[in-house]
Ligand binder design. Sequence first.
Ligand SMILES: [Zn+2]
Length: 352
Amino acid sequence: MRGYVLHGRGDASFGEIQVPPLGPYDALVRTTAVATCTTDVHMINAAPYPNAIGKPLGHEGVGVVEKVGDLVRDFTPGDRVILSAGGADWRIPQAQRGEAKYYPNNMPYFSEDPLQGGVFAEYVRALDADMSMAPIPDGVSDEQALMVPDMVATAFTGVERMQIEFGDIVAVLGVGPVGLMGVAGAALKGASRIIVIGSRPKTLDLARRYGATDVIDYKQGPVVDQVLALTGGVPVDSVLVASGGSASDQFTAAFRIVKPGGHIANVSLYYEDTVTLPMDALSYGGIEKFFTGVFVQTGREFYTRLLRLIEQNRLDPTGLITHRFDGWDELPEALDLMRSRNPDVIKPIVTV
Ligand SMILES: [Zn+2]
């Protein structure tokens, strides 16, 4: 079968690869749509995980079940499913205390199994299908479902860490696709005022559609001053960090605008070696402010709840999709868009 394989740093291309073998708990899924992600671009540029080399890239995909292993209970060929973006191992004891995702050795990028690859391939093996995949309801389109495994799931995991209560004032730093879903999630959680910090007009407009009450252009002045000017100097209850740029700058801004006792959830991946935080932003170490580095929640139960929000018209993530491609041959173009820094690109998808 065909797959878009990472060969090494700066080197990825289509190649012929082996259809993965099927274990008793696994499903073989024929990919029908994939999305490209800034993480894919980083994977190609830096090849940070040795176990990912030689395998197909990609972690945002939906498909149709082709075959199932003998011990799969709840899926049959023909089912439309979400493929997992992460690799929680649901059969380790730690899973029983909700910690499955902290041991992600099933993740294609980390797995030592050379045949456990990403979703940029004609077929994907879903390990432990009953636990890792989610059936897509009839009322949910492939495009909607495709935004779930990373964009919605990452943002909503972060939003859960913000501990939002009704009427809270929250800030979302960065309005890429995950930040935008963070806005939608904060609105669903009952935030009253959602202050969004970005600069691209297209994404700031979309942020308003997803529930932002105030938008700030960080190019118009220091973020902290702009946020506090909006709130009359009152710090916000919680912050979602979903921005690019420098981790030190973003975390400093977050700590400066969040209240004592407030929560900061970071959903961005930064690749700096060190972070510098001014001590006054941490109140010289003497005031409680909570910071969580967020790793996406995966699994059938979580995906099913997110899909239910879409099915019941509480959420439509397709506003993120700015570019649509048709066929595997156009995948490199969809990846180029993620590299382009074109301000109109939010999320490209490829239907195959
Ligand atoms: Zn992604």
